[in-house]
Design a protein. Structure first.
Length: 374
């Protein structure tokens, strides 16, 4: 049983206000060519189809084209909703589309019926678990305590009527403990979303979505994130994207490999002096540039955009910005008064201390602002 594992398409997403529509259409076209070359038994999309729960019309049209082309290849397609998707909108029309071999996770109802496909080794049961939160699952398990994400996913998986003598594949969109994250996932602060990898141990393959770096959890290829098809943050600049191809042989046998994806535009970081960066070849890649000059070039962003039209983020790494960084560290720990932080900032920017008069004015102003807020 050969399956193509995708997730986190985030159709409609922007990179720092820059539309990625053209790049997404390009990558979806490439995925279609990979699917037709690989000729899998099915395609799984493990959540975050769209970037928003109410996606813009253009995103819906793009996904409609993609899904229609996939269905035309004659391969079953299985999809679940992710934390960015609306489960109801994703489930829309699902019961009709099943007849064409397109299986959407229904809104979670406490029970999940498997989709069963077969190959020369027998049948494989596919379990489509939409993204769940404790509150999604709690109403269906009144006898159990469901407080955490781990409780919720354990309960939902525990309720599946698995036959462990058969091969079982689950599609899920959760944060498994130990996964290596990047900047584009929007995971809630505090790490309360994570679930134990052990929950997925009874499956022959867990096709996971939610984390944007491709990876096996704990080195186990049975529990795998395929990652996003495109780089959705500068933190992903150095990690190439791919499509995961998983092949299940007889029960207990699994091979996993990556088929690389080639984006229309790369996401890159460049670092150096203004002069050095200026010498770089013209590029339409999505760029984050770090300038290292001590002397700052007026309107560097505007000037560099002539050579790099998709320059999305420009910053300096020099004595001044490093000093400001030191101030904001103090601010984070809350060790200093706001007026002290301002005085330090002023000194760093201007190379001289605040006068007594200025100091008085700042203190007055801060007091006013604080009182207004209360
Ligand atoms: Mn995602």
């Amino acid at each position: 049983m050969k399956l193509i594992h995708l997730s986190d398409l985030h159709i409609g997403k922007k990179l720092r206000e820059m539309s990625l529509a053209e790049d997404q259409r390009h990558i979806l076209g490439q995925i279609l060519r990979i699917v037709s070359q690989e000729d899998p038994d099915c395609v799984i999309i493990a959540g975050d189809i769209y970037d928003r729960s109410a996606p813009p019309a253009e995103a819906v049209a793009m996904f409609d084209d993609f899904l229609t082309s996939l269905a035309e290849l004659g391969k079953p397609v299985m999809l679940i909703s992710g934390n960015h998707d609306s489960p109801e909108r994703i489930a829309f029309g699902g019961r009709i589309m099943e007849k064409r071999g397109v299986y959407f996770s229904p809104v979670y109802s406490g029970k999940i019926a498997p989709v069963t496909l077969s190959d020369e080794y027998g049948e494989v049961d596919f379990w489509l678990l939409p993204f769940v939160r404790p509150a999604t699952v709690r109403p269906f398990f009144e006898d159990s305590q469901i407080n955490t994400y781990n409780d919720a996913v354990s309960a939902a998986v525990g309720a599946l009527e698995l036959d462990s003598s058969r091969r079982n594949v689950i599609a899920a969109h959760q944060f498994v403990t130990g996964a290596y994250c990047c900047d584009s996932e929007e995971i809630s602060v505090g790490g309360t979303e994570n679930v134990d990898a052990g929950i997925f141990e009874k499956f022959d393959y867990a096709a996971l979505g939610h984390i944007h770096n491709p990876q096996n959890i704990g080195g186990d290829p049975r529990i795998r994130y395929c990652g996003t098809p495109l780089k959705y943050s500068f933190s992903e600049a150095k990690r190439d994207k791919s499509v995961t191809v998983a092949e299940l042989g007889e029960k207990g046998s699994l091979t996993v490999r990556e088929v690389p994806l080639e984006p229309l535009h790369e996401v890159r970081e460049l670092r150096g002096s203004f002069e050095e960066i200026w010498q770089e070849p013209y590029s339409e890649d999505f760029l984050h540039i770090v300038l290292t000059d001590e002397e700052e070039t007026p309107d560097a962003l505007g000037k560099l955009r002539v050579r790099f039209p998709a320059l999305l983020h420009l910053e300096y790494d020099n004595r001044r910005t490093r000093a400001i960084g030191a101030v904001s560290e103090g601010a984070q720990t809350g060790e200093k008064l706001p007026s002290e932080l301002f005085a330090e900032f002023y000194e760093l920017r201007n190379g001289q201390e605040l006068t007594e008069e200025q100091q008085g004015f700042i203190e007055e102003l801060i007091k006013e602002i604080w009182e207004e807020e209360e």
